[in-house]
Design a protein around this ligand. Structure first.
Ligand code: ATP
Length: 210
């Protein structure tokens, strides 16, 4: 049985960077935020979005204008909840299907910015939080996306505080520059391999006893 691990962290905390390290260790990584964006091209999703957000959300090419949609949901929590209610069930189903395709793998990772906020926690056996102070994360995103600090803060406003996410998580990776991240990833990787092996042994011996 493959363990499902959620990898979360606030905007700019370093989720993508850290998930790349897990990936280089051979662990399959599912990028929930990327998949959500792809679902915007699905005709059924598009119709639902139009129903709630109106035709003003379309580009001249009749595609969903991702920038406009983002600027609405980053400032209006109700709109964010509506969008999440359209996308999240689809991502959940897609992640389950994707996990079933991963054969002979001890664990898989889903990278997702919001796990606790979206009620996704129960989808995972364990959650890893990438922790980083808000100021550092803002500086990183300002540099990465070439936007101003206020826009980054606006995107962060509906996310739980870093300390709260750390408390709710099973593992925490400190990505604030005070500790090297690769040794932290390897330590968690080894623990997860052990947990996965133990769980598979337990299942095998229960099956043998039956
Ligand atoms: P988002 O939620 O916005 O997708 P994220 O949590 O996936 O962000 P990353 O994209 O991995 O964050 O990191 C944000 C930026 O900070 C990237 O440009 C990344 O290269 C840089 N970064 C991450 N960690 C570090 C670090 N320890 N030292 C220097 N730069 C870093």
């Amino acid at each position: 049985m493959t363990l499902k691990i959620g990898l979360t962290g606030n905007i700019g905390s370093g989720k993508t960077l850290i998930s790349g390290v897990f990936s280089s260790l051979g662990i399959p990584v599912y990028h929930a935020d990327e998949v959500s964006k792809k679902f915007l091209d699905d005709p059924k999703v598009k119709n639902e979005i139009l129903k709630h957000f109106g035709y003003g959300i379309l580009t001249n090419d009749h595609e969903i204008n991702r920038r406009s949609l983002a600027s609405i949901v980053f400032t209006d929590e109700k709109a964010l909840l509506v969008l999440n209610s359209i996308l999240h069930p689809r991502v959940k189903r897609d992640f389950r299907k994707w996990t079933e395709l991963q054969i002979n793998i001890q664990y898989v990772i889903q990278e997702a910015a919001i796990i606790f906020e979206s009620g996704f926690r129960k989808e995972y056996d364990y959650v890893i939080h990438v922790s980083c102070p808000k100021e550092t994360a803002i500086d990183r995103v300002v540099k990465r996306d070439k936007i101003d600090g206020h826009s980054v803060l606006r995107r962060m406003q509906f996310q739980l505080e870093d300390a709260e996410k750390s408390m709710l998580s099973d593992f925490v990776i400190r990505n604030d520059g005070s500790e090297l991240v690769i040794p932290q990833v390897i330590a968690i990787h080894n623990q997860l391999l052990e947990i996965g092996a133990k769980r598979n042994n337990d299942v095998t011996s229960r099956t043998a006893d039956a």
